[in-house]
Design a binder for this molecule. Sequence first.
Ligand SMILES: O=C(O)c1ccc(O)c(O)c1
Length: 275
Amino acid sequence: MAELVGIYAASHTPVMLNFPDAIPGEDRDAIFAAFKEMGRRIAESRPDTVIVISDDHVHNFFFNNFPAFCIGAAESYQTPVEHWLKAEKQVLPGNAALGAHLLGEALQNGFDPSFSIELVLDHGSLTPLLLAGLVPHVQIVPLLVNCVQPPLPTMRRCVDWGKFLRKAITSFDASKRIAILATGGISHDIATPRMGMVNEEFDRQFLVNLGSGHTDTIVEHATNHVAAAGNGAEEIRNWLIGHGAADGAQFESLYYKAVSKWYTGIGLAQWKVKG
Ligand SMILES: O=C(O)c1ccc(O)c(O)c1
């Protein structure tokens, strides 16, 4: 049976790659070091596959069809889809068997995700993998969550999706070591007059709540206050999936800084699962 060997969460923003010098060198170095440290910890747990939980920024999904949850079940993924992202075009290896397993288990367990074998991944998935130094050493399974086009899945549903994921991972009938990397948030607002706003109070409370481990507190705060943290903060759904998958494992915040010039509250964290 497969083993869940690590759960991590990290913000992402294309600005990290495109304009790294927009912030003081000291801050940039600390943030990149935090990503490296996260990558070191992930590598230390020796995963062969990383399930990357991100959102699609309207590159694969449009108004003709926008799934709440989508499972990638491809042998490989081209990335990045954005021609303007300062990242080398590459093909990441996929774990198609694990993607298919998750899909089958979801349909047997009260979830109805879509699936795709034609995703072209954007900065959301690629940036944290690159900065953590995990490309191209691990296979991936991308799980995309609608965090951008309302109506969005509820925060509670995302916790439940995470709980389901944990069970489905550990029932994968193969001797695999699997880690989860949830990515997005924390506060930010894109393409509105508030762009550049970072709601540090929201971010710090969100991290404290995750540390408390109380699902009701986490969900209530996320649901009731996310609007004050910006449209991009809706990506905290991906962290809630990590919380659900952690099944009570202790949460540790690895790094946080409000980085207005990168338009984002940058957070990195780990749930201390026993791997
Ligand atoms: O376009 C941007 O600036 C931007 C910032 C933060 C994000 O999480 C993101 O997906 C995009």
